[in-house]
Design a protein around this ligand. Structure first.
Ligand code: BEZ
Length: 222
Protein backbone atom coordinates (compact mmCIF):
# COMPACT_ATOMS: atom_id res chain seq x y z
CA UNK A 1 0.00 0.00 0.00
CA UNK A 2 1.45 3.45 -0.85
CA UNK A 3 2.11 5.60 2.20
CA UNK A 4 -0.53 8.01 3.32
CA UNK A 5 -0.29 11.63 2.25
CA UNK A 6 -1.96 14.90 3.17
CA UNK A 7 -5.29 15.01 1.39
CA UNK A 8 -5.84 11.24 1.45
CA UNK A 9 -8.97 9.90 3.09
CA UNK A 10 -7.90 8.34 6.39
CA UNK A 11 -8.37 4.59 6.01
CA UNK A 12 -11.46 3.34 7.82
CA UNK A 13 -11.18 0.41 10.22
CA UNK A 14 -12.91 -1.40 13.03
CA UNK A 15 -10.99 -2.03 16.22
CA UNK A 16 -11.26 -2.89 19.89
CA UNK A 17 -10.43 0.01 22.17
CA UNK A 18 -10.39 0.69 25.89
CA UNK A 19 -13.85 2.21 25.40
CA UNK A 20 -15.30 -0.67 23.38
CA UNK A 21 -15.39 -1.44 19.67
CA UNK A 22 -14.91 1.51 17.31
CA UNK A 23 -15.74 1.94 13.62
CA UNK A 24 -13.29 4.74 12.92
CA UNK A 25 -15.17 6.94 10.44
CA UNK A 26 -18.43 6.51 12.31
CA UNK A 27 -16.63 7.33 15.57
CA UNK A 28 -15.20 10.54 14.07
CA UNK A 29 -18.69 11.60 12.91
CA UNK A 30 -18.84 15.37 12.41
CA UNK A 31 -15.80 16.04 14.57
CA UNK A 32 -12.15 16.47 13.84
CA UNK A 33 -9.92 13.67 15.06
CA UNK A 34 -6.38 13.21 16.31
CA UNK A 35 -5.08 9.66 15.91
CA UNK A 36 -1.74 9.27 17.65
CA UNK A 37 0.46 6.24 18.05
CA UNK A 38 3.13 5.56 20.60
CA UNK A 39 5.81 2.89 20.75
CA UNK A 40 4.28 0.74 23.44
CA UNK A 41 2.50 0.44 26.76
CA UNK A 42 4.54 0.85 29.94
CA UNK A 43 7.16 3.02 28.25
CA UNK A 44 8.28 6.23 29.96
CA UNK A 45 8.01 8.94 27.31
CA UNK A 46 4.60 7.68 26.21
CA UNK A 47 3.33 7.70 29.77
CA UNK A 48 4.09 11.42 30.03
CA UNK A 49 2.49 12.08 26.63
CA UNK A 50 -0.75 10.29 27.38
CA UNK A 51 -1.07 12.07 30.72
CA UNK A 52 -0.67 15.37 28.87
CA UNK A 53 -3.31 14.44 26.28
CA UNK A 54 -5.66 13.53 29.15
CA UNK A 55 -4.96 16.90 30.80
CA UNK A 56 -5.66 18.77 27.55
CA UNK A 57 -9.05 17.06 27.01
CA UNK A 58 -10.99 20.37 27.40
CA UNK A 59 -8.76 22.03 24.79
CA UNK A 60 -9.53 19.30 22.26
CA UNK A 61 -13.26 19.26 23.12
CA UNK A 62 -13.49 23.06 22.71
CA UNK A 63 -12.20 22.64 19.15
CA UNK A 64 -14.60 19.74 18.35
CA UNK A 65 -11.68 17.30 18.22
CA UNK A 66 -11.88 13.67 19.33
CA UNK A 67 -8.62 12.02 20.33
CA UNK A 68 -7.74 8.35 19.98
CA UNK A 69 -4.46 6.63 20.86
CA UNK A 70 -3.05 3.39 19.51
CA UNK A 71 -0.22 1.07 20.43
CA UNK A 72 0.71 -2.48 19.59
CA UNK A 73 -0.50 -3.99 22.85
CA UNK A 74 -3.71 -5.68 23.93
CA UNK A 75 -6.60 -4.29 25.94
CA UNK A 76 -5.50 -5.81 29.24
CA UNK A 77 -2.17 -3.98 29.08
CA UNK A 78 -3.86 -0.76 27.95
CA UNK A 79 -6.21 -0.82 30.95
CA UNK A 80 -3.37 -1.49 33.41
CA UNK A 81 -1.21 1.17 31.80
CA UNK A 82 -4.03 3.75 31.90
CA UNK A 83 -3.91 3.48 35.71
CA UNK A 84 -0.17 4.27 35.65
CA UNK A 85 -0.83 7.23 33.33
CA UNK A 86 -3.49 8.55 35.70
CA UNK A 87 -1.14 8.10 38.64
CA UNK A 88 1.62 9.97 36.82
CA UNK A 89 -0.68 12.79 35.67
CA UNK A 90 -2.24 12.87 39.14
CA UNK A 91 1.03 14.16 40.55
CA UNK A 92 0.16 17.47 38.87
CA UNK A 93 -3.66 17.49 38.63
CA UNK A 94 -6.46 14.88 38.81
CA UNK A 95 -6.10 12.88 35.57
CA UNK A 96 -8.51 10.58 33.77
CA UNK A 97 -7.63 8.90 30.49
CA UNK A 98 -10.97 9.78 28.93
CA UNK A 99 -10.07 8.96 25.32
CA UNK A 100 -10.00 5.48 23.77
CA UNK A 101 -6.76 3.61 23.12
CA UNK A 102 -6.85 1.12 20.26
CA UNK A 103 -5.60 -2.39 21.02
CA UNK A 104 -3.41 -3.28 18.07
CA UNK A 105 -1.38 -6.25 19.28
CA UNK A 106 -1.40 -7.78 15.78
CA UNK A 107 -0.28 -4.42 14.29
CA UNK A 108 -3.14 -4.51 11.79
CA UNK A 109 -4.04 -0.83 12.09
CA UNK A 110 -0.45 0.29 12.63
CA UNK A 111 0.35 -1.35 9.29
CA UNK A 112 -2.67 0.23 7.60
CA UNK A 113 -1.46 3.66 8.76
CA UNK A 114 2.22 2.99 8.00
CA UNK A 115 3.08 3.38 11.69
CA UNK A 116 5.80 0.71 11.72
CA UNK A 117 9.22 1.75 10.56
CA UNK A 118 11.60 -1.13 9.92
CA UNK A 119 14.43 1.35 9.48
CA UNK A 120 14.17 2.80 12.96
CA UNK A 121 16.45 0.48 14.91
CA UNK A 122 15.96 2.55 18.08
CA UNK A 123 12.33 1.52 18.22
CA UNK A 124 12.13 -2.26 18.78
CA UNK A 125 10.26 -4.29 21.34
CA UNK A 126 11.80 -7.13 23.37
CA UNK A 127 11.12 -9.60 20.53
CA UNK A 128 12.93 -7.33 18.03
CA UNK A 129 9.68 -6.34 16.32
CA UNK A 130 9.29 -2.66 15.42
CA UNK A 131 7.20 -0.70 17.86
CA UNK A 132 4.63 1.65 16.43
CA UNK A 133 6.46 4.90 15.77
CA UNK A 134 5.34 8.15 17.35
CA UNK A 135 2.94 9.48 14.68
CA UNK A 136 0.11 12.00 14.74
CA UNK A 137 -2.67 12.26 12.17
CA UNK A 138 -5.03 15.22 12.24
CA UNK A 139 -8.18 14.24 10.35
CA UNK A 140 -11.01 16.61 9.47
CA UNK A 141 -14.76 15.89 9.56
CA UNK A 142 -14.63 14.86 5.88
CA UNK A 143 -12.11 12.19 7.02
CA UNK A 144 -9.30 13.86 5.07
CA UNK A 145 -5.78 13.68 6.53
CA UNK A 146 -4.70 17.26 7.20
CA UNK A 147 -1.45 16.72 9.11
CA UNK A 148 1.07 13.91 9.48
CA UNK A 149 3.88 13.89 12.03
CA UNK A 150 6.45 11.24 12.87
CA UNK A 151 8.64 11.70 15.91
CA UNK A 152 11.56 9.63 17.13
CA UNK A 153 10.92 7.26 20.04
CA UNK A 154 13.23 9.29 22.27
CA UNK A 155 11.32 12.57 21.92
CA UNK A 156 7.96 13.30 23.46
CA UNK A 157 5.65 15.34 21.24
CA UNK A 158 4.55 18.90 21.93
CA UNK A 159 0.76 18.93 22.17
CA UNK A 160 0.69 22.73 22.21
CA UNK A 161 1.97 22.47 18.65
CA UNK A 162 -0.68 19.95 17.66
CA UNK A 163 -3.42 22.18 19.07
CA UNK A 164 -1.82 25.18 17.32
CA UNK A 165 -2.04 23.36 13.96
CA UNK A 166 -5.68 22.46 14.61
CA UNK A 167 -6.39 26.16 15.25
CA UNK A 168 -4.60 27.11 12.04
CA UNK A 169 -6.45 24.51 9.95
CA UNK A 170 -9.85 25.39 11.39
CA UNK A 171 -9.31 29.13 10.86
CA UNK A 172 -7.96 28.51 7.35
CA UNK A 173 -11.05 26.46 6.48
CA UNK A 174 -13.36 29.21 7.69
CA UNK A 175 -11.69 32.43 6.50
CA UNK A 176 -9.50 32.76 3.41
CA UNK A 177 -6.30 33.06 5.41
CA UNK A 178 -3.08 31.21 6.19
CA UNK A 179 -0.97 31.52 9.33
CA UNK A 180 2.64 32.71 9.57
CA UNK A 181 5.64 31.31 11.38
CA UNK A 182 5.12 30.71 15.10
CA UNK A 183 1.53 31.93 14.82
CA UNK A 184 -0.81 31.42 17.73
CA UNK A 185 -4.56 31.98 17.95
CA UNK A 186 -5.22 35.73 18.23
CA UNK A 187 -2.11 36.77 16.29
CA UNK A 188 -2.38 38.44 12.88
CA UNK A 189 -2.90 36.06 9.96
CA UNK A 190 -1.93 36.14 6.28
CA UNK A 191 -4.48 36.92 3.60
CA UNK A 192 -4.61 33.83 1.35
CA UNK A 193 -2.74 34.38 -1.94
CA UNK A 194 -5.92 33.45 -3.88
CA UNK A 195 -7.71 36.55 -2.50
CA UNK A 196 -7.53 39.35 -5.07
CA UNK A 197 -6.58 42.91 -4.16
CA UNK A 198 -10.21 43.99 -4.63
CA UNK A 199 -11.60 41.11 -2.55
CA UNK A 200 -9.07 41.79 0.21
CA UNK A 201 -10.42 45.32 0.63
CA UNK A 202 -13.88 43.95 1.41
CA UNK A 203 -12.97 40.76 3.23
CA UNK A 204 -10.16 42.16 5.37
CA UNK A 205 -10.58 45.96 5.59
CA UNK A 206 -7.80 46.24 8.17
CA UNK A 207 -5.18 44.34 6.19
CA UNK A 208 -1.70 45.64 5.49
CA UNK A 209 0.18 45.05 2.23
CA UNK A 210 3.86 44.39 3.07
CA UNK A 211 4.67 42.92 -0.35
CA UNK A 212 2.17 42.20 -3.13
CA UNK A 213 2.36 38.55 -2.06
CA UNK A 214 2.49 39.14 1.72
CA UNK A 215 -0.57 40.74 3.27
CA UNK A 216 -1.42 40.45 6.95
CA UNK A 217 -4.57 41.18 8.83
CA UNK A 218 -5.95 41.00 12.33
CA UNK A 219 -8.72 38.42 12.60
CA UNK A 220 -11.29 38.28 15.35
CA UNK A 221 -12.20 34.68 16.13
CA UNK A 222 -14.19 33.32 19.03
C1 BEZ B 1 9.30 5.64 25.47
O1 BEZ B 1 8.13 5.89 25.20
O2 BEZ B 1 9.79 6.05 26.51
C2 BEZ B 1 10.17 4.86 24.53
C3 BEZ B 1 9.64 3.84 23.79
C4 BEZ B 1 10.46 3.11 22.95
C5 BEZ B 1 11.80 3.42 22.84
C6 BEZ B 1 12.32 4.48 23.57
C7 BEZ B 1 11.49 5.21 24.42
Amino acid sequence: MPSLRLGNIAPDFEAETTQGPVKFHEWIGDSWAVLFSHPGDFTPVCTTELAEVARRAPDFAKRNVKVIGISANGLEDHHKWAKDIEEWGGRFAPTTVGFPIIADADRRISTLYDMLDEQDATNRDAKGLPFTIRTVFIIDPKKTIRLLLAYPASTGRNFDEIIRVIDSLQIGDKYRVTTPVNWNKGDDVIVHPSVSTEEAKTLFPEHTVHKPYLRTTPLKVE
